[in-house]
Write a protein that binds this ligand. Structure first.
Ligand SMILES: [Zn+2]
Length: 94
């Protein structure tokens, strides 16, 4: 199993890429602030689970994720990623 360094922002960041033990999640729009255990997430979703996918899961309860005009206004993001120099784009790569 080879791990490839992901330096381009187009590569989705996965749980494997994140070295910390705590994944912090925040949504300014919803006034939400959560911390998740990375090991638990890996067990649950697998190490190749991307943060985009994780964001989808986490923002399910967010009323701003899908509004009537179809615009994603949820601001769920992962402060832990930027702290660790990893990129996060909320767009899914096809
Ligand atoms: Zn939200």
């Amino acid at each position: 199993m080879s791990s490839i360094r992901k330096n381009t922002y187009e590569d989705p960041t996965t749980l494997r890429d994140f070295r910390g033990s705590v994944v912090s999640v925040e949504c300014i729009a919803c006034d939400r602030n959560t911390e998740l255990d990375r090991k638990t997430l890996v067990k649950q979703y697998g190490a190749s689970f991307t943060f985009q996918q994780l964001r989808r899961r986490l923002s399910l309860g967010c009323p701003r994720l899908i509004s009537e005009d179809g615009v994603d206004r949820c601001q769920t993001r992962f402060p832990c990623l930027t702290e660790n120099g990893l990129s996060f784009s909320k767009e899914d790569t096809p």
